[in-house]
Design a binder for this molecule. Structure first.
Ligand SMILES: C[S@@+](CC[C@H](N)C(=O)[O-])C[C@H]1O[C@@H](n2cnc3c(N)ncnc32)[C@H](O)[C@@H]1O
Length: 204
């Protein structure tokens, strides 16, 4: 895997969604439940003004993010995923789910990129992270979490995604969590310089 392969096309995801109710076992595995709990626990702020979750699938993570955000914009490239997410999030008037492969317009104080960026080829990854950084308000939070075990069908492995993210300009790391299966990194949009959670709540 060189990291130079092309992004996986929309048809790849349409086929997966057409073939299975829950293509990645997001709805049915303790592994995913636990990982979502870690993502939520890693958010440095209790509440966010406007959040984005690109690649939301059926909304299993979105439904947990929704109570922490005044507004949440979820996107997915697949019609089936969007239908599922819309139905799951129907009770939340402040959540929108859009069918698109583009990053949603406007500014955000939270962006959650969970199990998505390894589907992008190198040029698309660079563009994607630059767009995310531009969309983040100063001090805003970026959470990235990706599987790091072998996945030969992906253009790049998850570890490399996180190594590349570590040198993207405009981000300062707030937290990192590494396991044999996945990496989770939390960044703040800098400047101003990244603050720890204790600094945010006035403990030091
Ligand atoms: C593995 S799922 C991740 C779901 C969710 N973020 C989570 O971690 O529970 C990846 C999702 O990304 C979607 N996807 C792939 N490429 C995309 C793109 N360029 N823009 C938006 N969604 C995309 C797929 O259709 C799929 O539903």
């Amino acid at each position: 895997m060189s990291g130079d392969a092309a992004s996986l096309p929309r048809a790849h995801f349409d086929d997966l969604w057409a073939g299975e109710q829950d293509p990645w076992g997001l709805e049915s595995s303790w592994y995913e439940d636990r990982k979502r709990a870690l993502v939520l626990a890693a958010l440095p702020e209790a509440e966010y003004r406007r959040a984005a979750e690109p690649g939301c699938a059926g909304g299993a993570l979105s439904v947990l993010l929704a109570p922490r955000c005044a507004e949440l914009v979820c996107t997915d490239v697949s019609d089936t995923a969007v239908e599922r997410a819309r139905s799951r999030l129907a009770g939340f008037d402040h959540v929108r789910v859009e069918r698109t492969d583009a990053f949603p317009p406007g500014r955000f104080d939270l962006v959650v990129v969970s199990e998505l960026a390894y589907y992008f080829g190198r040029a698309d990854r660079e563009r994607f992270w630059a767009t995310v950084v531009d969309a983040l308000e100063p001090g805003g939070t970026l959470v990235a979490v990706h599987w790091v075990r072998e996945a030969p069908e992906y253009p790049v492995d998850g570890g490399r995604v996180h190594d590349e993210l570590a040198v993207v300009p405009g981000l300062g790391r707030v937290a990192e969590h590494r396991e044999d299966d996945f990496r989770l990194d939390v960044y703040a949009r800098v400047p101003p310089s990244a603050r720890s959670v204790a600094q945010r709540v006035g403990l030091r």
